[in-house]
Design a protein around this ligand. Structure first.
Ligand SMILES: Cc1ncc(COP(=O)(O)O)c(C=O)c1O
Length: 396
């Protein structure tokens, strides 16, 4: 198969910006990508300033930049700044939205077969407490959520559609916008887990039609760990009841009364990491400068190259599903457990990770999959690095 590189990328310049590429061939971008130098320098400079000036004093000096992150994230996903809250992780963001919804016995939550473990654990807890039921929408034979089946499952008891855009354990890209059209047509709240898609491909909340979206900094956005964000549409905000409000999310107005702040930042707490917030801001600027279309195109090219190279090795089976397949490549090696393959690659300074049913049980069980090796590419990876990975796997 001929796989074409569109050559829109100055790969050597992004690699020069990425100190980690001198040490490892990093194919764990779905875990945490290698940060570019401008991101590390931003976080580092801020922390150093805190040591000289003090934490609160440094924050006061950087108020404007810290406030700009809401505009930057808004530009990334096509929202207004007032629809964004910065959190400490994607799961926190997702849970803040989900737990602010009200469910009763018999309410239906529709999700997808590839849903992430933490989200399903959230569903199960609510089901346990309220009697709401979780229903998994079938997939099309190609692997993505079947939007017609979803449409056919809608009735007046459906309270939420909650799916992932890209799951943790395969290249699959779910048709998020088609799901959004069903949600909008029936007026059902739509929560999208975009943890693995933001930074990998263009993600626009208006085009997708989701009411809530959660994402992280550390994966395809290449930001620091320990920070993420939540989008809540202005229309959805008033329909949610946050379970925690502090003096940042609300104002204590009289002895008996408080007022909730008008924007999505009601979901934040006062205490946060300004250094990581600025690191996230820098990472998003970096991605926007390169262009999400160009990033997506190169990620598609590299992933396809990796899949076809792996497929040519006897005993190696690529396990990705979906009619659109992105940067996450999963495979098994006959006779070798995924953890063993990961360790052998690590000995050769090639980073991959593994996926097990603990992270995506519905899907892994339905497909009868063993633990898999997950090699997730990103635009700064090269054809040579792919050759290295494939060479080690072939050696096994
Ligand atoms: C699809 C998906 N959703 C959510 C998460 C959770 O993200 P976080 O660890 O930032 O909470 C992950 C993490 O791997 C993921 O792959």
């Amino acid at each position: 198969m001929e796989i074409e590189s569109k050559g829109m990328f100055d790969v050597s310049s992004v690699r020069k910006d990425t100190p980690g590429t001198r040490f490892v061939a990093h194919f764990n971008n779905a875990g945490a990508a290698l940060m570019p130098a401008p991101v590390v320098e931003t976080v580092d400079a801020y922390l150093k300033e805190e040591t000289r000036r003090g934490g609160y004093e440094t924050e006061e000096r950087h108020e404007r930049e810290l406030s700009a992150v809401y505009d930057t994230l808004g530009r990334l996903i096509g929202s207004t700044r007032s629809e964004i809250a910065v959190t400490d992780s994607a799961t926190r963001a997702w849970s803040l939205a989900f737990t602010a919804m009200h469910f009763e016995e018999g309410d239906r939550i529709l999700t997808t077969a590839s849903e992430y473990a933490s989200n399903v654990i959230g569903f199960l807890r609510v089901a346990e407490r309220t009697g709401a039921v979780i229903e998994v929408v079938p997939n099309r034979t190609t692997g993505e959520i079947d939007v017609d089946a979803l449409d056919g499952m809608i009735d007046e008891r459906v309270r939420l559609i909650a799916i992932n855009h890209v799951p943790t354990n395969s290249g699959l890209v779910n048709p998020a916008a088609a799901v959004g059209r069903v949600a909008t047509a029936h007026g059902i709240p739509y929560l999208l887990d975009a943890c693995q898609s933001v930074g990998q491909m263009p993600v626009d909340v208006g085009e997708i039609g989701c009411d809530m979206l959660s994402a992280t900094s550390r994966k395809f956005l290449r930001g620091p760990r320990g920070v993420g964000f939540l989008y809540i549409s202005s229309g959805m905000l008033e329909r949610l009841d946050p379970i925690v409000l502090d003096l940042h999310g609300a104002t204590w107005e009289t002895r008996e009364r408080y007022a909730v702040r008008p924007d999505a930042r009601r979901f934040e707490l006062w205490e946060r990491s300004p250094a990581l917030t600025l690191g996230l801001d820098r990472a998003v600027e970096y991605a926007l400068d390169l262009g999400l279309d160009a990033i997506w195109e190169r990620d598609l090219y590299l992933a396809q190259l990796l899949r076809s190279s792996l497929s040519s090795i006897p005993g190696v089976e690529v396990r990705d599903i979906g009619s659109v397949q992105g940067a996450i490549v999963t495979f098994s090696v006959e006779g070798h457990e995924a953890g063993e393959v990961k360790a052998t690659l690590r000995d050769d300074a090639v980073n991959v990770s593994t996926v097990t049913p603990f992270s995506a049980r519905y899907d892994m069980e339905a497909r009868g999959l063993p633990n898999l090796v997950r090699a997730s590419v990103h635009y700064y990876n090269t054809e040579d690095e792919i050759d290295r990975l494939v060479g080690v796997v072939a050696g096994i």
